[in-house]
Design a protein around this ligand. Structure first.
Ligand SMILES: NC(=O)c1ccc[n+]([C@@H]2O[C@H](COP(=O)([O-])OP(=O)(O)OC[C@H]3O[C@@H](n4cnc5c(N)ncnc54)[C@H](O)[C@@H]3O)[C@@H](O)[C@H]2O)c1
Ligand SMILES: [Zn+2]
Length: 810
């Protein structure tokens, strides 16, 4: 009794899923799960043959033609399915069965092909001309889809010979076309296809052949019906023959003489399947000698001379149990799907990426939903789509967080600011981007006026032009568009310049209607961010910035070490870097950190204490203070102590410092936590003062008008460092020896440049020591002149940063 109930339940479910799959081109569960149900039913039927239903899908090819709108055609030879397996053990059983029937000592070669995941098709050629194409249907009767098949570029309308034949193949949607199609559908607020197979099958069943043409389907053939009558006895040869007639195959048909060899080649293809450009869900193994096919025969559902080996499923369904918001290293807050654990692509998965909030809205994902997840190759699992058909009403909409889950600071971009120009842009009128939208906004002042403009008036707006004017004119005369604008206005979108201009709108209120959602999703600013610069989630990024080449230039402090130390709680802010020497033990435990690399790292940390004030200031990563401003502020303030004491006004007086920067620097230096950290850094010996070696102005002009070049290996300077020093002192770096060159600094193993300079005779040649002397003492004429000029210069705080701008400082 219980078994009967169970079987009935399975019949119902399998029929429902098949109906959706074959007739509506939609999957309510994944293929693995479907195959499991089918296998279970098959087992129950075998154990209880009296309960087996007439026409059970366990012994029939799957599709129902009930709702088909195409002409039905009976197949001359039935189009069967394939029995399938997920394990290599089953391949041995298959080999065993084959040999039991054919005789144990019979030598059997197998042909191994890719199993394309698409839709079967049978194509008939008569005297070389394509006359008919029929789907598999229920195996006995299919649908005439000739018109659609003629739209597929890779299927020849004529063969290279005037020959008659029936060939079978698989229609697929190439992966890039699949992606393109889904992107377009998502943008238009339409349901996306879960996978290329559903998309291919949905496309093939289109009644409008032009749609088929647009979608760029492709087709690969794998079977010549009755190959024997063409004198072909081997399956692989029949595929070569098809190729010679202009019929496309995958080109993969490998003849293997043992199961071991098959397994080895399957493993090979399993590794490469992601690079094919189309979806494969496994391999097909066929007996290569077609003469044996008849001997082996077929069941009502599948031939006994072939079997499909399926790759581990990369798409499965599971339940979405919740959403957590993760803060990335730059403060980006992203939703992560929490899932009931499932196995996908051979590994267990509990979490998947949801990308961003717009994606959640677009796909209408709710907690409690059954979702398709996919994991291809090494990629993080993704939520592909929701199975809305199985909702029971208990699903809960996902809330957008308002505060950072790490530091609790308010997040930005929960609300979106839209002004009149944005509003026009987002309408998506063809060819109206931001620039044109601005023109239209300025010319009209409000949407009401814009909508009323006559064609000639639109044409007279500069750079709009006749064609665009016509498109705009027509856009505003379309009922649907008028309705959309009306709704948007009701929702608070600003469509004029007079009111307060920018309106904040809440995306959540736009989610329900795909058209409205498409409107608010137009500008791609979909990321939510934590705007607190001290959010612990950003520490890693901060440290990487602090140690980078242009900042403290600390070598050997890689991502992994930093991650580890943050995790251990030993790095809480950048100052903790200067305590790493206390943690030799921990350093040793981190991958590959040998004695030597630890030594190098600690030396490099020690060395960094000597960096000049410009670099240490830059390294702090004060918002808006990049290299240029760090240099400017360091030059002006001379020391961090002075900088700390500067008022906002004083900061603003520095040329090149705007309100944003002044505010940022001022408040950074009034934050208790920052001040404590700066004290710690100073305590470790970090340099927060400008070098005492004379005044910046005179230093800078020391090499003015002089051209430098260095060659060979230098002892005291790095290559970029010496260039910087020269430029800092007002000199210019040349890239080659010429008459313009004043000084050539030579290191070890100087070669052709030195020779050339000697030949010229006009170049002063310096060793590194001599160059150092020149920096320290020996003034050049030019710099003396400069110093005189300098006496008349304005006080430091009022000086224009011209020199800084004219020179390449960094
Ligand atoms: N998810 C669902 O709801 C649902 C419902 C019904 C069926 N299904 C799935 O559909 C599949 C059953 O469909 P099926 O009967 O088409 O079986 P199948 O797709 O597993 O295998 C048979 C088909 O493979 C194709 N094929 C591709 N490459 C081939 C090659 N080189 N040589 C020979 N054939 C090749 C042929 O079109 C052939 O008809 C199962 O995978 C099942 O999970 C899923
Ligand atoms: Zn935060």
């Amino acid at each position: 009794m219980d078994i009967e109930k169970k079987m009935n339940e399975l019949y119902e479910r399998i029929e429902k899923y098949s109906y959706y799959y074959y007739t509506r081109n939609e999957s309510l569960i994944s293929d693995v799960e479907f195959d499991k149900l089918l296998a279970e039913l098959e087992r129950l039927e075998e154990e209880n043959p009296h309960l087996k239903r007439e026409g059970s899908l366990t012994s029939q090819v799957g599709s129902s033609l009930k709702d088909s709108k195409f002409t039905k055609v009976k197949h001359k030879n039935p189009m069967l399915s394939l029995s399938n397996t997920y394990s290599t053990k089953d391949l041995e059983d298959f080999d065993g069965r084959v040999k039991r029937i054919l005789g144990r000592d019979r030598k059997v070669d197998y042909a191994l092909e890719l199993k394309l995941d698409g839709v079967s098709i049978s194509v008939h050629y008569e005297r070389g001309k394509l006359t008919r194409a029929v789907t598999r249907g229920d195996g006995a009767v299919g649908e005439d889809v000739t018109e659609n098949i003629l739209q597929i570029a890779s299927i020849p309308h004529y063969l290279k010979e005037e020959i008659s034949m029936e060939v079978r193949g698989e229609i697929v949607l190439p992966l890039d076309e699949f992606k393109r199609l889904n992107d377009v559908r998502a943008q238009a607020g339409e349901e996306v296809f879960a996978n290329p197979r559903n998309a291919a099958s949905g496309t093939l069943k289109q009644l409008d052949a032009t749609v088929v043409k647009e979608r760029n389907l492709d087709c690969y053939f794998f079977f010549l019906v009755d190959g024997g009558s063409y004198g072909l006895e081997k399956h692989n040869e029949s595929l070569e023959y098809l190729e010679s007639l202009g019929i496309k195959t995958t080109g993969v048909c490998e003849v293997c003489s043992s199961i071991d060899e098959l397994e080895e080649r399957i493993a090979h293809w399993q590794e490469r399947k992601e690079d094919l450009g189309y979806e494969t869900d496994g391999m097909v193994i066929k007996i290569n000698d077609t003469g044996l096919w008849e001997e082996l025969g077929a069941t009502t559902k599948s031939p006994r001379w072939a079997i499909a080996y399926k790759f581990p499923a990369k798409q499965v369904t599971t339940k979405l149990t919740g959403v957590t918001w993760q803060v990335g290293r730059t403060g980006k807050v992203t939703p992560v799907a929490e899932l009931e654990e499932v196995e996908v692509s051979g590994s267990k998965v509990k979490r998947a990426s949801l990308h961003n909030y717009d994606e959640i809205l677009r796909k209408d994902i709710r907690v409690g939903d059954r979702v398709f997840i996919e994991k291809a190759a090494e990629i993080i699992p993704q939520v592909v789509k929701v199975v809305k058909e199985v909702r029971d009403g208990s699903e809960i909409e996902i809330e957008l967080p308002t505060n950072c889950p790490v530091c609790n600071a308010l997040l930005d971009n929960v609300e979106k600011s839209v002004d009149y120009v944005d509003a026009i842009t987002f309408l998506g009128i063809e060819k109206v981007g931001e620039k044109k939208a601005k023109l239209l906004a300025e010319a009209s002042g409000s949407i009401e006026k814009l909508m009323e403009l006559e064609l000639e008036e639109l044409e007279s707006i500069k750079t709009i032009g006749k064609r665009l004017a016509k498109a705009i004119y027509e856009y505003f005369r379309d009922e649907e568009n008028i309705e959309l604008i009306k709704t948007l206005k009701e929702r608070g979108v600003s469509f004029s310049f007079d009111t307060d201009g920018v309106r904040k709108i809440d995306k959540r209120e736009f989610a329900a209607d795909p058209k409205l959602l498409a409107f608010v999703s137009k500008d791609d600013v979909v990321d939510i961010r934590c705007i607190n610069d001290d959010c612990p989630s950003k520490l890693q990024t901060k440290i990487e910035y602090f140690v980078s080449r242009d900042a403290m230039n600390i070598d050997g402090l890689g991502t992994k070490i930093v991650e580890k130390f943050i995790e251990l709680g030993k790095i809480k802010d950048v100052s903790d870097i200067y305590r790493l020497h206390e943690y030799r033990g921990e350093l040793e435990q981190i991958d590959k950190m040998g004695e030597k690399s630890i030594e190098n790292l600690l030396n490099s940390i020690e060395e960094s204490k000597k960096r000049d004030y410009t670099k240490t200031l830059y390294a702090l990563g004060i918002p808006h203070v990049g290299k240029f401003l760090a240099k400017l502020l360091a030059t002006e303030s001379k020391s961090l102590e002075n900088l700390k004491n500067m008022t906002k006004d004083e900061l603003l007086k520095v040329d090149g410092v705007g309100a944003k920067v002044a505010e940022s620097v001022y408040s950074y230096l009034r934050n208790e936590a920052h001040l404590e950290m700066l004290d710690r850094l100073e305590g470790y010996g970090i340099n927060y003062e400008m070098e005492a070696s004379g005044e910046e102005g005179s230093e800078r002009s020391k090499f003015a008008g002089k051209n430098f070049l260095f060659t060979g290996k230098l002892q005291h300077f790095g290559r970029s460092e010496i260039k910087e020093v020269i430029e800092d002192l007002g000199g210019t770096n040349l890239s080659g020896v010429s008459k313009k060159l004043d000084y050539l600094i030579v290191g070890e193993k100087a070669g052709s440049k030195l020779k050339k300079a000697q030949e010229l005779g006009t170049v002063e040649i310096l060793t590194e020591e001599e160059f150092l002397n020149l920096i320290k003492g020996g003034d050049t004429e030019a710099s003396q002149e400069k110093q005189e000029e300098k006496a008349e210069e304005k006080p430091v705080a009022e000086r224009k940063p011209e020199k800084l701008e004219n020179k390449k400082l960094f």
